[in-house]
Design a protein around this ligand. Structure first.
Ligand code: SPV
Ligand code: MG
Length: 274
């Protein structure tokens, strides 16, 4: 299964249109789209609102990035039903202290909570879900924090024991060696989740051949594509002294109108405007 990141319903619709199996409700992308760091600067309600809007727009399952769960196990108990009500099919919760710092930044503040504390948060998430099929994915940041493979394995096994449906193992190494070693050593029963942003050379077929990975998340490619495209077009318009050069290469206004769900509105017009 492959999930593409999104930061709004339009990017989610494009990801679904491209054939991704699921949408990753990325905290990094939402923060970037507000031009603030991915460090719990935005409120949980802003992220929930994004999830609600995305789930209302696409049929693909939505995987919500709930960072550290916005506090302790009590906060998690109150947040998980809200994510379920917003239409999410799963949450991913990471074992760092609140407020978190973003994982992929060099020299970020990466402090882990105690294993028992995080087990309590996983138990709270599992206990708060109403639908038994709602997935609680535990994410260990042990490799990100430089705590080593043994600590990552110990944590992942403890999180599985606490009821996690899958384990997300994150790495910021530019080579996939650290992740490949963890996957090979993983003795658990639940599937692993990878976010190969830092090691893009690892392809889907390579990951599938590992046999233990159930989900791959492309963590920030919607916002990076958007930033690259906007920068390029804005610079060209300034350089050309108008939009005459760029226009033919851009998606047409008609395409955007279609993405806005125009066909549905016209159907409503036909039926109800009398
Ligand atoms: C996100 O997309 O918000 C993630 C993945 O959590 S990462 O930014 O790589 O930590
Ligand atoms: Mg995140």
């Amino acid at each position: 299964m492959h999930a593409m990141s999104a930061h709004n319903p339009l990017s989610a619709r494009l990801a679904a249109e491209a054939g991704f199996d699921a949408i990753w409700g990325s905290g990094f992308e939402l923060s970037a789209s507000h031009a603030v760091p991915d460090a719990n600067i935005l409120s949980p309600s802003q992220h929930l609102e994004m999830m609600r809007a995305i789930a209302a727009t696409v049929d693909a399952p939505v995987i919500a990035d709930i960072d550290t769960g916005f506090g302790n196990a009590i906060n998690v108990s109150y947040m998980v039903p809200q994510y379920e009500a917003a239409g999410a099919s799963a949450v991913v919760m990471e074992d760092k202290t609140f407020p978190k710092d973003t994982s992929l930044r060099a020299a970020g503040r990466q402090e882990l909570v105690r294993i028992e504390e995080f087990q309590g948060k996983i138990e709270a998430a599992c206990g708060a879900r109403r639908d038994v099929d709602f997935c609680v994915i535990a994410r260990t940041e042990a490799l990100i924090a430089g705590a080593g493979e043994q600590e990552a394995l110990t944590r992942a096994l403890a999180y599985e024991a606490a009821g996690a449906d899958a384990i997300l193992i994150h790495s910021k190494q530019s080579s996939p060696d650290e992740i490949l070693s963890f996957v090979a050593a993983w003795p658990g029963r639940v599937p692993l989740v990878l976010v190969p942003t830092a090691y893009p050379q690892l392809r889907e077929a390579d990951i599938q051949a590992l046999g233990k990975v159930g989900l791959v998340i492309y963590g920030n490619h919607a916002i990076r594509a958007a930033v690259g495209a906007m920068r390029d077009v804005f610079a060209r318009i300034r350089r050309d002294g108008g939009i005459h050069e760029v226009d033919a290469g851009l998606p047409t206004v008609k395409e955007i109108i279609a993405l806005q769900g125009d066909a549905h509105m016209r159907e409503l017009e036909r039926r109800y405007l009398k």
